[in-house]
Write a protein that binds this ligand. Structure first.
Ligand SMILES: Nc1nc2c(c(=O)[nH]1)N[C@H]1C(S)=C(S)[C@@H](COP(=O)(O)O)O[C@H]1N2
Ligand SMILES: [Mo]
Length: 437
């Protein structure tokens, strides 16, 4: 199966090329997944199995629990599609192959997982609460999950969630971190309350400029004083109608790995701003200074730099709205197509805070472009479906390329754009291989 081959391919890369390896938060190489060994901690293992490992004290180090090992794919996250490609098991990171993102609304089991630390293990939703505090609120307030649901109006929006590092694997020189290809993106329908309504209930002071979130996950080092991540957005983005505190995806509870029981969803911005396992939001009188707000995390050089350049921290700027991008979700790369049959290709396009204005496809390496039919988004910040009917002039190997433009006229680059130290914001055109016979 293609999925399995990909998985093996990734493993082989990890084994042979240290630059392709994943790295932990301290910049140390962490070992990849192997069939033999489960390298995550007990907490991760239990979370994945959905149950405590009763005799864990007798488990040989590095043993893969048979529930996880006894599958045709090497590693499956419970509740997730077996086709997801696991890039790292500690912390858990898994991406979705493009052809599995074909649906207009991404299903729960196909939504990627990106963890910076270890998810909380025991969650009692009856005891969960959300606190709003910070220098710039009138008064700190806490709401239980139930109060939040009772007190504020519910809204549902389809919102794009895309990791800032999606596409990182293509940067050269390589950037450390999860080697995402194209699959750290999805667009499910989220349900929750507006962050703006909750912040207004707490009362905003005049000095409010930014919000920062705090989640219940813990640092991979086990150090309780360290947070895996605590990011945020400027107040204006926080107050947008579509910025939600959500408890549902497509009408179901959030899966544990995607932030159960409560998370932020900030559509169009790097998904690192969409805090999972949400317990606290601070309204700040300055740019939030939580974990992964500074240094090289989720920041890119303010001015373009040559590939491989050393960039001083003070020359790095926080990523805000994500750039225009598209993904071909049908056909799956590598298909064989009959010359006599027209091929209807399709996919989705999105553009951060903006709308997508047009999508074009090419079968001749960008020499000529054919406009695709592009749908309007179901709501602001949702991705937009496109399709195009293609006929091939003769048998042979083709690449279908898709290129989207946003409503300010900016288009996706053909090649990997602006190199940056951590490999963010690769919005190069997606390519799919077709053999016509
Ligand atoms: N509490 C918490 N929130 C978090 C993270 C995390 O590790 N911990 N990861 C962030 C990053 S970098 C991304 S890309 C998204 C991924 O969301 P998902 O795992 O639901 O796809 O969650 C964001 N929110
Ligand atoms: Mo991310």
């Amino acid at each position: 199966m293609g999925g399995k081959a990909t998985r093996k391919g990734i493993r082989a890369l990890y084994a042979e090329d240290p630059l392709q390896a994943d790295w932990d938060l301290f910049g140390r190489r962490s070992d990849p997944l192997t069939r033999r060994g489960f390298l995550g901690g007990l907490g991760t293992m239990s979370a994945l199995l959905g149950a405590e490992v009763v005799f864990s004290r007798f488990m040989p180090g590095g043993l893969m629990p048979v529930a996880l090992a006894e599958t045709s794919t090497d590693f499956i996250i419970p509740g997730k599609h077996p086709g997801l490609v696991v890039l790292n098991d500690r912390p858990v990171n898994a991406e979705t192959p493009a052809h599995l993102l074909d649906d207009r609304v991404t299903s729960v089991d196909r939504l990627f997982v990106r963890n910076n630390g270890l998810p909380p293990v025991e969650i009692d939703p009856a005891k969960w609460s959300l606190t709003i505090d910070g220098e710039a609120v009138e008064e700190s307030v806490s709401f239980t999950l139930e109060e939040l649901k009772q007190r504020f109006k519910h809204y549902s929006y389809q919102l794009v969630l895309e990791c800032g590092g999606n596409g990182r694997s293509e940067f050269d020189p390589p950037a450390r971190g999860n080697q995402w290809t194209t699959g750290a993106v999805g667009c499910p329908r989220w349900t929750g309350v507006r962050l703006a309504d909750v912040l207004r209930a707490a009362g905003l002071k005049d000095n409010a400029v930014y919000i920062g979130y705090y989640g219940a996950d813990t640092h991979i080092s086990g150090n309780p004083d360290k947070r895996p991540i605590s990011r945020g957005v400027p107040l204006a983005k926080a107050m947008e109608d579509e910025t939600l505190i959500a408890w549902q995806i497509n009408g179901e509870d959030l899966p544990l790995m995607n932030g159960y029981p409560l998370r932020l969803v900030v559509g169009g911005w790097p998904a690192s701003t969409s805090g999972k396992w949400l317990q606290r939001i601070s309204v700040r009188d300055r740019i939030h200074d939580g974990s992964k707000m500074g240094g090289y995390s989720y920041r890119v050089p303010c001015e373009p730099v040559v590939a491989g350049a050393e960039v001083a921290e003070e020359d790095m700027c926080i990523i805000e709205s994500m750039p225009v991008k598209s993904l071909l979700t049908y056909p799956r790369s590598g298909v064989v197509q009959k010359l006599t049959d027209p091929l209807v290709v399709r996919g989705h396009a999105w553009a951060g805070d903006l709308a997508v204005d047009k999508v074009a496809v090419s079968i001749d390496f960008g020499q000529t472009w054919q406009p695709a039919r592009l749908e309007k988004p179901v709501n602001r910040l949702a991705w937009q479906h496109f399709n195009a009917k293609i006929t091939f002039p003769q048998t042979g190997y083709y690449e279908i390329w898709a290129r989207a433009s946003d409503d300010t006229g900016r288009a996706q680059p053909m090649v990997v754009p602006g190199w940056n130290p951590k490999g963010y914001l690769n919005n190069a055109c997606h390519r799919v291989a077709v053999k016509v016979v």
